[in-house]
Structures are given as structure tokens and as C-alpha cells.
Design a protein around this ligand. Structure first.
Ligand SMILES: [Zn+2]
Ligand SMILES: [Zn+2]
Length: 236
């Protein structure tokens, strides 16, 4: 039996962009929707959400953009603000006296308060994606022994640089060599498309960019930095 995610990966190869980014974009959407419709009342999720001081700003912006998220945001972030108020109350009340002379030193009060207020856990969405990403990278590395999996990868637009790096870490030497030579061919073609895209901005060139050349700058950006919202602002 194939491990979880194997067929997802195979199906993602013919799509545009990095297959891992594509799967994680789907997982991210599912996570945020579950956060709205199922997790709002979950005590453990709420405690974790408070410890993380909410989502990283990249995932918070996406959470806000999901329809029907207003009430869930009010509840989840209301909990974070409640926790922050309690922390501030404790800090203001103690006024640093409990720590004696150390608190009276210059900037000691602010420093201790900042430490108390900083998150104790990564962004829950980043964390969930990290776990999934490790699974996918492991499956990809193991499956590169199979000719059909190699063919599917070779016909794809390749992995983004951060995901290539993660898969290489789990791959054996034979698979790593195949990964590098195949990805090199994909990026060499991308470089040529980028060059032609830039050259054809000059009307004297006398030709319009092809489809691949026209979207080469988007492909290059995602191929080096990863798809939007896949690599959050903290939690890595
Ligand atoms: Zn990727
Ligand atoms: Zn995040």
C-alpha cells in the first residue's frame, strides 16, 4: 500500500508550479476552513492559538479573506486578547517589585514584559504545514526509485528551491543525483524563457513572448521563493 500523499503528489506533478507548494496550498486552505467551522470551540486548539498569539501575518491575512470567518476570528482572537490582558494585568500589578533589585535596572521591566508577551508556540497554520511538508518530502524522496514517479517529476515544472532542498535531505544518493540533473534541466529552460521574456520587451525584437516566456517571471519567483503563503513569517 502506498503511503498517504503518494497519489496526491502524482496528481500534482502535471499541474503548474511546485507540486509540494500546490498540495500545501490545498492543505492550508483546508486547515483555515476547519479553523472556522470546527475548531473555534475546541479548548485545546484555543489554548494553542493563544500560546502562539494567533496566526503569522501571512496566514492571518488569508484567514480574514475566507468567507464567513468574521465570527470565528472574533472568538479566536478574542481569546488571545483576553490572555494578553491577563498577562499585562499580572505584569502591571507586580510592577517588577517581585523581582527585587533586578527589575529596577534600566530597561529590565520592559525586557521582562516583552519576554512574557512573546509567543510560546509557532503559528498553528505554519506548524500544521510543516508537519505535512515533512511527510510529502519523505514520500517524494522514497518514491524517486520508481520509474513512473521519476517520469512524472521529469515532465513537471519542478520543485521550488526550498522544497528541493527538503527532499534532497531525505533522498539517497542515486535519487539525489536524479533530482539535481532533472531540476537543473527545468531551471535551465526557465532561465532561457526569462532571457527571451526580457529581450522581447524591446519592440525592436519583433516578436511577442510565448506563453511559457510570458509567465516565466511568475514561475521564477515561485520557483525560488515558493508559492504565496506556503512559507509563513514565523514557525520555521
Ligand atoms: Zn514548493
Ligand atoms: Zn503561519
Amino acid at each position: 500500500m502506498k503511503p498517504f500523499g503518494y497519489y496526491d503528489l502524482l496528481e500534482a506533478f502535471p499541474e503548474r508550479g511546485c507540486p509540494l507548494c500546490r498540495l500545501l496550498a490545498r492543505d492550508k486552505q483546508q486547515y483555515l476552513e476547519l479553523l472556522i467551522f470546527e475548531y473555534t470551540m475546541d479548548v485545546e486548539i484555543n489554548a494553542n492559538f493563544q500560546a502562539a498569539r494567533g496566526l503569522c501575518s501571512a496566514h492571518a491575512a488569508e484567514f480574514m479573506a475566507i468567507q464567513m470567518s468574521a465570527t470565528s476570528i472574533a472568538k479566536l482572537y478574542g481569546g488571545v486578547i483576553e490572555e494578553t490582558l491577563a498577562l499585562l494585568d499580572g505584569l502591571i500589578e507586580s510592577g517588577g517589585h517581585k523581582l527585587g533589585g533586578r527589575w529596577r535596572r534600566k530597561r529590565a521591566v520592559g525586557k521582562a514584559a516583552a519576554e512574557a508577551l512573546e509567543p510560546n508556540a509557532p503559528c498553528p497554520c505554519c506548524h500544521s504545514l510543516n508537519v505535512r511538508e515533512a511527510d510529502y518530502a519523505q514520500i517524494a524522496a522514497q518514491s524517486l526509485h520508481e520509474p513512473s514517479f521519476r517520469d512524472a517529476f521529469a515532465a513537471s515544472e519542478g520543485f521550488c528551491l526550498p522544497h528541493l532542498e527538503r527532499i534532497l535531505r531525505s533522498a539517497d544518493s542515486d535519487s539525489a543525483r536524479f533530482l539535481m540533473t532533472t531540476q537543473r534541466r527545468i531551471w535551465a529552460q526557465m532561465r532561457a524563457d526569462l532571457n527571451m521574456f526580457v529581450a522581447k520587451q524591446d519592440p525592436r525584437f519583433g516578436a511577442l513572448p510565448t506563453d511559457n516566456e510570458a509567465r516565466s517571471w511568475r514561475r521564477a519567483l515561485e520557483s525560488i521563493s515558493g508559492m504565496a503563503g506556503i512559507f509563513g513569517l514565523r514557525g520555521r
